[in-house]
Design a protein around this ligand. Structure first.
Ligand code: ADP
Ligand code: MG
Length: 701
């Protein structure tokens, strides 16, 4: 069937009608025939296999057994009674149990006749027992013509309440296949089909909705997953290509005075090879005619800031302004003070703009930006305000991207007649598969090497009951001249309970670490920005030894003398947060420590998180575990989840297919960037169709 036919509204399908159509639209987003075809089962109930009671395993999956009921009895229980049947085959016996509808069961069940039963078997009191089995007399079962692998479609409570059960969905799906005669236009090129040995579109769709066995199902699924991921990659790569060809950037033709003077005279350390490589990659982008759209990934402490600074020099050397946007005021201040030193040496003007910046200062900034006398502006979201206008913004850098949305990225773009080059720096490494799917339209640079001489942070897990020992350890470290962070979870900014924990903790620390020997700082989100900055500054200057804080210190703060990070209620933090927090220490020459404090009550996921933290310092490895625990949507937040809104593929489980899909998409576009060759005709057609019917691949931006 042609794609146009598949755009028929779902109301027209026989057996659907206006009411059901309405529900399908609202509950599952099914508007058209095409949408229905793309409603793929979550799972399948395999009824191809018949188990013997003697071979049942205690893994509690759905099973099917042929046997006879030999006896029935009622058993009294706390409330009411249950009906228990003994069910036997030639290898053993098990129990069938009913808690409801017992009268009807008693009357309709025939003992000593062969039945096929189906359901979940639990291991209970030394025997297998199946509550409320699906039952059918064996002779009936043989006559009925059902699909052996029963698809289970996504559903909602409302759908099943209104009678659109799985059976009904199955029926209308059948109707759709009748109306389309089970034929669907091929959407992959013959080359891809033969090279990857993929089954045809029609065959794949049929076998995914009405599989006869596991093998056919797997082939169908593979083909559809590949196709889904392939077109997403094709779109992302095309977007990137179009971008490069259509959107002219400002070519930064020369590497000039600022860059060279800094590099030769003021660079505080040798760059790592990874930093050099990345600066080269950025230099190449900036020197070309196309606008740069690059994602810079690197673990905490890998030295992204210096890369940002040197990129900004390139802009300045070519007569442009640059800005750096960070997610918090504290981090902006930190960047600003760090960079100010170098900028002064080089006679570069630099300013900071945050929410709390006074109006008079703001006005000055606005003016100097517009007349071009200000070279670099650092700040928070405040940079995005309409009033902030540049004379000629050449490069915009976004630090810690995950706190910003895609929309903000594009807002920065509009600050100029022509978009500035954009460099996005992530705080936490992103797993490869996720990076490919979400940032597949960006070019990618990775700093995969830490500056030399870093000792890995030693990480341990301690229970609250060992607090005294931990405090003794802190005292020893302070004696050696070190500083300590103690971090409390603040899951919700407004949560009074979390604040109470923080304040209780603070009080007990002040008690255990009395003045004048010890000075304790506290920083949290309810404090005024000036008060926060004041406390941070005292800690930075070494005037206080202990910093009690909520996660406001999570991103970016740099105090090399701090060598101990205590994380309270560590079980409540996510992995990337823990890794970020740990990244606050280990920045100096001394051995650093991270102590994860928890209660004894730990969920399985918490245990995995704690084990991961104590066993590795590698941000990419941690990101992979995080992705498995939390799933992609949760990690990227809702802003970007569009790209993850997959119908059949799963970027974690199907990572190999994803890699393959990207490989082929790249290969094809490299040879034929416009998909103009005859052999790619079908790809171009499908690509256009997908872009046209956005509801199918609603991710296309
Ligand atoms: P992040 O990538 O987390 O933003 P930073 O840019 O804050 O890391 O760098 C962390 C620390 O490492 C800073 O104190 C910085 O001065 C230092 N640093 C960066 N690059 C190097 C290098 N090549 N050699 C030594 N120290 C470096
Ligand atoms: Mg940083």
């Amino acid at each position: 069937m042609t794609t146009n036919f598949l755009q028929t509204p779902i109301d027209y399908l026989k057996g659907v009608g206006p009411n059901r159509a309405d529900l399908l639209r609202k509950e599952l987003g099914i508007h058209t025939y095409q949408d229905l075809i793309n409603l793929f089962p979550n799972r399948y109930i395999d009824r191809t296999k018949y188990y013997k009671i003697g071979e049942l395993q205690r893994n509690n999956t759905e099973i099917q057994v042929v046997g006879k009921i030999t006896s029935l009895k009622e058993v009294a229980q706390k409330r009411g009674k249950r009906l228990v049947a003994k069910f036997q085959d030639d290898t053993g016996s098990m129990e069938l149990v009913w808690f409801r509808g017992q009268k009807w069961i008693r009357e309709s069940i025939k003992t000593n006749k062969a039945y096929v039963i189906f359901g979940k078997a639990n291991w209970f009191n030394g025997t297998f027992s199946m509550p409320h089995p699906e039952m059918e007399l064996l002779e009936e079962h043989k006559k009925s013509l059902r699909s052996a692998m029963q698809p289970v479609y996504p559903s909602t409570e409302k759908l099943s309440n209104k009678g659109i059960t799985n059976r009904v969905v199955n029926k209308i799906m059948q109707q759709l296949f009748i109306e389309t005669k089970s034929t669907f236009s091929e959407t992959l090129s013959p080359q891809l089909l033969s090279e990857l040995k993929l089954v045809s579109k029609s065959e794949a769709l049929f076998n995914v909705h009405f599989p006869k066995n596991q093998t056919l199902l797997a082939k169908g699924q593979y083909r559809l997953k590949f196709e889904e991921l392939f077109y997403i990659q094709l779109q992302l790569i095309i977007k990137n290509l179009i971008h490069k060809s259509k959107i002219k950037g400002f070519p930064f033709e020369k590497v000039g005075e600022h860059f060279n003077t800094f590099f030769q005279e003021h660079l505080p350390f040798d760059l790592t090879n990874a930093q050099k490589r990345v600066i080269k990659e950025i230099r190449q982008d900036l020197g070309s005619n196309a606008q740069m759209n690059r994602l810079l990934q690197g673990d905490v402490g890998s030295g992204k800031t210096i890369v940002a600074l040197m990129s900004m020099f390139m802009a300045l050397d070519n007569g442009f302004q640059a800005c750096l946007m960070a997610p918090t005021a504290i981090l902006s201040v930190q960047h600003y003070t760090g960079l100010l030193e170098y900028c002064n040496k080089l006679n570069i003007s630099i300013k900071i703009l945050v929410g709390s910046t006074k109006t008079s200062e703001r006005n000055k900034i606005h003016e100097s930006l517009e007349n071009g006398s200000l070279d670099i502006l650092i700040g928070t979201h405040a940079l995005l305000e309409d009033k902030v206008k540049f004379k000629n913004l050449g490069l915009a850098i976004i630090d810690e991207q995950h706190k910003f949305g895609v929309a903000q990225r594009s807002k920065l773009w509009k600050k100029n007649t022509s978009p500035p080059h954009i460099l996005i720096m992530t705080a936490t490494p992103i797993p490869r598969t996720l990076a490919m799917s979400v940032y597949g339209d960006l070019d990618m640079s990775i700093i995969d090497e830490l500056p030399p001489g870093r000792k890995p942070v030693k990480t341990v897990h301690r229970f609250d009951s060992n607090r005294l020992k931990v405090f003794r350890f802190i005292k020893d470290e302070i004696k050696k001249g070190r500083q300590v962070y103690i971090v409390y979870p603040l899951i919700q900014e407004s949560s009074t309970l979390d604040y109470k924990d923080l304040m209780d903790g603070y009080e007990s620390i002040v008690r255990d670490f009395p003045q004048p020997e010890y000075q304790v700082s506290i920083v949290h989100g309810k404090m005024k920005p000036e008060a926060k900055e004041y406390e941070m500054q005292r800690f930075v200057e070494g005037k206080t030894q202990i910093m009690v804080a909520t996660t406001v210190i999570e991103v970016g703060v740099n105090v090399p003398n701090a060598s101990v990070m205590i994380i309270e209620s560590a079980e409540r933090f996510g992995l990337s947060q823990l890794h970020q927090l740990r990244g606050r220490v280990g920045r100096g020459a001394d051995q650093s420590y991270c102590i994860l404090m928890t209660s004894h009550k730990l969920s399985n996921d918490s245990k995995i998180r704690l084990e991961t933290m104590t066993h590795t310092n590698d941000g990419f490895e941690i990101a992979e575990v995080d992705l498995k625990l939390r799933g992609p949507g949760d990690i990227m937040g809702t802003q970007q989840s569009g790209a993850l809104n997959l119908k059949i593929a799963d970027i974690i489980k199907d990572r190999d297919i994803l890699q393959n899909a990207r490989y082929y998409a790249q290969k094809i576009l490299k040879r034929d960037p416009n998909l103009a060759d005859n052999e790619n005709k079908v790809l171009l057609q499908t690509y256009k169709q997908l872009s046209k019917y956005k509801n199918i691949w609603n991710y296309i931006g």
